[in-house]
Ligand binder design. Structure first.
Ligand code: ZN
Length: 403
């Protein structure tokens, strides 16, 4: 018999459940990515009338990002990611602890409790504030070796891919990436929790440090560390700025998806491009656009996965805006800053002979709303304007254990 839409809705519990739960969640953070960064990337990569993959997601809204910090009005990545991961506003520097320093339950833990696999992929240190808030609790974001220890002892994400090898190894043990490299002599192993790479291997992780090893890696648990600190060198233009990760974000994300996809109960995957924040701090427009291109390529990977796995909620947003960025006409008389905040460009517009200029008002974060776009089950909840804690409220419902 033919089941009409009305009959289906009333007769089958699974369809009702499908609207409130998803098997998988892919949450993508363009760190520091506000509306102007998205618009600059749209012009540069898609053209005057073009649309980015991240902007093709059906649901769209805005998030406010204010922290609960006695000294700051503008959030950092730690307080913002804590809001996402726990639903609680806290102070800058806090990794999923409340304003009094008490640990809070995280979405990473909740996903595990629901029987799902979990993973994090970033071009920052894998223990940097944004991924850390989903998988660790500490009063101070700089305790990255403690965060790594908690990954292995407590939260146990199945896939950990990114930078930050320095925090997994004790002083004097350089690892796959040498101490004091020419591109940044301040880098070097500095962990105080023992050799956590050996510990991860004993716990069943396949450990890799190159693109080739990552490609060949098999198994359910994967630790890939591809740099000492961030997977790039963030500086103003022409001052040693380099964006050439050992493995690009899209490749890491593809590997994470094929690894996590093996769990019948689904997965929670956190993905982050960090260059979008760090190069905005350096007011480096060219490298910002390069990072946006990598993020866009990664969103395309996620969308391809979603196309064949529709039971997946995909969310793309930013934790805060960085740089007070504006997209402007090319006009040397309209200049808001000097030194590193001087105007940047002109930059090409895809499919056009026209160009645009980027202008910066700060080398720090700002408090403007960040855009959020989403597709899949419950994605319509993201329409409208909400505090960033609202991300937690939606994802917590999506990741609730199925009955
Ligand atoms: Zn930042």
């Amino acid at each position: 018999m033919v089941i009409s839409p009305t009959m289906g809705a009333s007769a089958t519990a699974p369809s009702a459940q499908a609207r409130t739960q998803a098997k998988n969640v892919i949450f993508i953070n363009g760190d520091g990515m506000g509306a102007a960064a998205r618009e600059a990337a749209r012009l540069h990569l898609a053209g005057l009338d073009g649309q980015l993959a991240m902007d093709k997601l059906a649901a769209s809204g805005q998030l406010t990002t204010t922290p609960h910090d006695p000294k700051s009005v503008v959030t950092d990545s730690a307080a913002a990611a804590t809001a996402w991961a726990t639903g609680e506003k806290t102070y800058n520097g806090a990794i999923s602890v409340d304003v009094d320093g008490n640990p809070l339950a995280t979405l990473g833990q909740q996903a595990k409790a629901a029987g799902k696999s979990t993973g994090l992929v970033t071009t920052a240190q894998v223990t940097d504030a944004s991924p850390a808030a989903f998988f660790a609790n500490t009063a101070n974001r700089s305790a990255q070796d403690e965060i790594a220890r908690q990954y292995l002892d407590v939260s146990k994400p199945d896939v950990i891919l990114g930078g930050g090898e320095d925090w997994w190894l004790p002083k004097g043990t350089p690892g796959a990436f040498q101490d004091k490299p020419a591109e940044d002599p301040t880098e070097g192993s500095l962990g105080t929790k023992g050799n956590l790479i050996n510990k991860a291997q004993r716990a069943g992780y396949t450990y890799v440090s190159s693109a080739k090893q990552l490609d060949k890696a098999k198994g359910g648990k994967l630790l890939g560390l591809f740099s000492n600190e961030e997977m790039f060198q963030q500086r103003p233009e022409g001052q040693g700025d380099v964006y050439s990760p050992v493995v690009d974000l899209a490749t890491m994300t593809t590997k994470a998806l094929t690894t996590l996809d093996k769990n019948r109960k689904g997965f929670f995957l956190f993905v982050e491009e960090e260059g979008t924040d760090e190069f905005a701090h350096a007011n480096n427009g060219a490298r910002l656009l390069q990072s946006m291109q990598q993020l866009e390529k990664t969103v395309a990977v996620a969308r391809a996965y979603v196309a064949t796995h529709p039971d997946t909620l995909l969310v793309v947003t930013g934790d805060h805006e960085t740089g007070g960025l504006a997209v402007e006409e090319n006009d040397p008389n309209d200049e808001s800053g000097t030194a590193i905040s001087a105007e940047d460009g002109p930059f090409t517009i895809a499919g056009s002979s026209r160009t645009f200029t980027l202008d910066w008002t700060t080398s720090g974060h700002t408090s403007v709303d960040v855009p959020v776009t989403a597709s899949g089950p419950l994605s319509d909840r993201f329409s409208g304007k909400h505090p960033n804690t609202y991300v937690h409220d939606v994802l917590a419902q999506v990741l609730a254990p199925r009955r």
